[in-house]
Design a protein around this ligand. Structure first.
Ligand code: CAA
Length: 256
């Protein structure tokens, strides 16, 4: 297995990065399994006060379409990233997503597991799944409405259109927009500020906020989402949508 996800820890800040530039950091099962192991290492390391998720140039252009294209319902379940993504939400220390370039589909959903999002000016974010004949299957249908409200989340999920950093800021999808070359530095500075605060208080604040806002249906919601999402891999439209992506043409959906 090729190592494509890495972890560095220093000055109380952990950094998880994906390196698959040839596919715009699209996430496959191996990479998500590697991230899963790294999250456990972060959780066990008492020196860590904050985690940053950041990858060079592109945050992640989604789940790996080429690997998923021919999956049936059972096979699609292997592409359900929610168990790992939910671990990030449950992580006791704050998580910051530092977003350069594309954060689409499963990449956007990874960014949504973070407590805080910082984007570069050229960031493009959204849920293109419906252009492939599927819908977001890694927490997007639960976390996006919670964060930006039902109507805006539905607009993004139903149209599949990506939005730029300024719109993301205006709807509260990201906390801050900075120059592209300042994304990681800005996240680092914020993480180090958090790292200097009372660690027990920060952890407890995250836990209390999450319990009030999230826990009542994130786990249940992602189970239902994963179940319905995998069923789409029995449809002709999913096969056509992903085939069209690989053939670099527009899909012809037949509503079946
Ligand atoms: N999966 C697999 N490969 C991908 C990929 C993905 N999600 N995104 C990009 N790539 C590959 C491309 O196929 C291409 O590979 P080749 O050089 O072998 O052709 C390479 O990365 C570079 O991409 P493009 O040539 O397409 O680059 P571009 O600048 O013209 O376009 C883009 C960039 C608009 C992001 C386009 O790549 C794109 O639309 N990607 C797919 C985005 C997407 O639909 N993501 C959602 C995936 S489904 C999902 O995430 C399910 C879920 O709920 C978990």
């Amino acid at each position: 297995m090729m190592t494509q996800a890495s972890l560095t820890i220093g000055e109380g800040v952990a950094l998880i990065s994906v390196e698959r530039p040839e596919a715009l950091n699209a996430l496959n099962r191996d990479i998500v399994d590697q991230i899963d192991v790294l999250i456990d290492r972060v959780a066990e390391d008492e020196s860590v006060r904050c985690l940053i998720l950041h990858s060079d140039r592109n945050f992640a252009a989604g789940a790996d379409i080429k690997a998923m294209a021919s999956c049936d319902e059972e096979g699609a379940k292997a592409f359900c990233f929610s168990p790992t993504y939910n671990k990030l939400t449950r992580l006791s220390v704050p998580v910051i997503a530092a977003i350069e370039g594309y954060a689409l589909g499963g990449g956007m959903e990874l960014a949504l597991t973070a407590d805080i999002r910082i984007a570069g000016e050229s960031a493009k974010m959204g849920f293109p799944e419906v252009t492939l004949g599927i819908f977001p299957g890694a927490g997007g249908t639960i976390r996006a409405p919670k964060l930006i409200g039902e109507a805006l989340a539905k607009e993004l999920i139903f149209t599949g259109d990506p939005i730029d950093a300024d719109r993301a800021l205006s709807i509260g999808l990201v906390n801050k927009v900075v120059d592209d070359d300042q994304v990681l530095e800005t996240a680092m500075k914020m993480a180090k500020r958090i790292a200097r605060r009372g660690p027990v208080a920060v952890r407890m604040a995250k836990d209390v906020i999450n319990r009030g806002l999230l826990d009542n249906n994130v786990e249940k919601g992602t189970e239902l989402e994963a179940e319905q999402w995998a069923k789409l891999f029995n449809t002709e439209d999913q096969k056509e949508g992903m085939k069209a992506f690989m053939e670099k043409r527009k899909p012809e959906f037949r509503n079946r």
